[in-house]
Design a protein around this ligand. Structure first.
Ligand code: NDP
Length: 487
């Protein structure tokens, strides 16, 4: 049995991580609340502007040492980080579960993914080869992949440890240095990971963590000594980050929101589709950028499919994260108010509720932020609930006439992160997969890719790609060297 982690103890041990050491934050004290009980358990001190500046200066100061580090040594350090994450998985997972409100098995899975990112990118350190470019007999032209420089990583609260590792591991593999800013709601595992990296032998100053709210994020993104910002969060904030990063002319990778469609055609295996839809929207209580929040299907299968999904959803348990329920609480009072707002407006507009629709009050945790699986059947395509990202356990269905109409509905969105297609017709599957506007498309499954598969959005879902070898590009700056040796 895993012990309930003492977040108040972790809170005091984990503050800012600057230049290879834990430093108490000098900014405002932020109240930390357990989402399962609604009770405050302590305060977490933010970084102040001086500490933020120091973090960037540490990263700048450490850049040459890390960029010049032998690739084999760099790889060994990242491998060791991966091993230490695995060795500390129980503690990291329990802290993440309680801090985010995430069921423990899911939190442990996220920690495993963090270890896997470091393992994957450790293997890339000594393979970052450049190109030779044909340029006639009088010139030899080649490129050298240099690290991009100081990288800033601004993170959301829904997958704190795995999203951090997703960006930091390739940045470090490329020889870049890091300043990470976790969400103000979930600062713990970022600082724990920086400590682990130091134990693994990462030189001081290469990986820094500052905590705090959006103003810290904006100041970091606009700092004059940074070179790249990797941001994961909402589209609205992504725009602000892009604006801030224009001051230092820093590059941006933006992993933003979604309203991802799952198309189910008449000939699909309905049980498999129902399972994919269920996991696609209710996993992590729907607080997933890639959630399959729109089910697009024909009238002939609509009621049967909704019934199957609803039956499975009713069987899902809600509870304290450490009791390993299917669904934990939402992350905070603001998030549950957001979800309630969307659902209440949809009900008031008269959209048909097929499941859920009001907050769950658990006997053991009456003040927890629990929201049950909720389904709206066929609200109008232009309605708020059908278009906007709820970021909670709320599914809408949309009716299509045929495959082409399904495609049109799927693409009628500002977002384009992922998409799912269920059909037994291979030609139709391939045609839709090629035409649907999304960074990842899944056929006869949903969110089944491992973390070496490139991930990112089109349209308002983002810029750039993370994961896999594609995830290295943002952190490499190819320098072309032209040797003139003609007679
Ligand atoms: P936000 O956009 O609110 O915040 C993301 C991060 O940006 C947080 O660290 C936040 O700090 C910080 N921030 C807030 N305002 C600013 C600002 N003006 N300048 C710089 N940084 C700022 O997103 P959430 O944390 O609420 O996460 C939910 C959103 O993230 C959803 O829209 C979801 O779709 C998206 N997301 C996308 C993913 C992807 O890979 N595509 C993955 C996960 C989430 P603080 O929290 O302290 O305010």
């Amino acid at each position: 049995m895993i012990q309930h982690p003492r977040l108040d103890t972790d809170l005091n041990a984990a503050c800012q991580w600057l230049g290879g050491a834990a430093v108490m934050g000098k900014g405002a004290a932020r109240e930390m609340t357990d989402p399962a009980t609604g009770k405050m358990y302590g305060t977490f001190p933010d970084a102040d502007a001086g500490q933020l500046d120091r973090a960037v200066k540490h990263a700048r100061g450490a850049l040459k040492v890390w960029a010049d580090c032998d690739p084999d040594k760099r790889a060994r350090i990242l491998h060791r980080v991966s091993e230490l994450i695995t060795e500390n998985a129980d503690h990291l997972g329990a802290v993440e579960a309680v801090n985010v409100g995430k069921p423990l098995p899911q939190a442990l899975r996220d920690v495993g993914r963090a270890a896997e990112y470091f393992r994957f990118y450790a293997g890339a350190c000594d393979k970052l080869q450049g190109d030779t470019i044909p340029s006639g007999p009088d010139q030899t032209v080649f490129t050298v992949n240099e690290p991009v420089g100081v990288t800033v990583h601004i993170l959301p609260w829904n997958y704190p440890v795995s999203t951090l590792a997703r960006g930091v591991a390739p940045a470090l593999a490329a020889g870049a240095t890091v300043v990470a800013k976790p969400s103000e709601l979930t600062p713990f595992t970022a600082v724990m990971l920086a400590r682990i990296a130091a134990q693994a032998g990462l030189p001081d100053g290469v990986f820094n963590v500052v905590t705090g709210g959006g103003d810290i994020g904006t100041q970091l993104a606009g700092h004059s000594e940074i070179d790249h910002v990797t941001f994961t969060g909402s589209t609205a904030t992504g725009r602000k980050v892009m604006q801030a990063a224009s001051a230092p002319v820093a590059g941006v990778t933006l992993e933003l929101g979604g309203k991802s469609p799952i198309i189910v055609l008449d000939d699909a295996d309905l049980d498999a589709a129902a399972e994919g839809v269920l996991r696609g929207i209710f996993f992590n209580a729907g607080q997933v950028c890639a959630a399959g929040s729109r089910l697009v299907c024909t009238p002939g299968i609509h009621e049967a499919l909704i019934s199957k999904v609803a039956a499975k959803a009713r069987a899902m348990t809600l509870g304290h994260p450490l009791d390993s329920p299917d669904i934990g609480p939402l992350v905070n009072s603001g998030q549950i108010a957001r979800v309630e707002g969307f659902v209440d407006r949809a009900k008031a507009a008269g959209h048909r509720l097929a499941l859920g629709g009001s907050r769950s009050v658990l006997e053991a945790y009456p003040n927890g932020y629990f929201y049950p699986p909720t389904i709206f059947a066929n609200p109008p395509p232009q309605s708020e609930i059908a278009r906007d990202e709820v970021f909670g356990p709320v599914l809408v269905s949309q009716l299509c006439d045929d495959a082409d109409h399904a495609l049109a509905l799927a693409n009628d969105s500002d977002f384009g992160l992922v998409a799912g297609i269920y059909t037994c017709d291979g030609n139709t599957a391939l045609r839709l997969a090629r035409q649907v506007q999304a960074g990842q498309v899944f056929v006869n499954g949903f969110l089944t890719a491992n973390d070496s598969v490139p991930f990112g959005g089109v349209k308002r879902s983002g810029i750039g790609r993370e994961k896999g070898l594609a995830g290295l590009a943002a952190y490499l700056s190819p320098k072309a060297i032209v040797l003139n040796h003609g007679k």
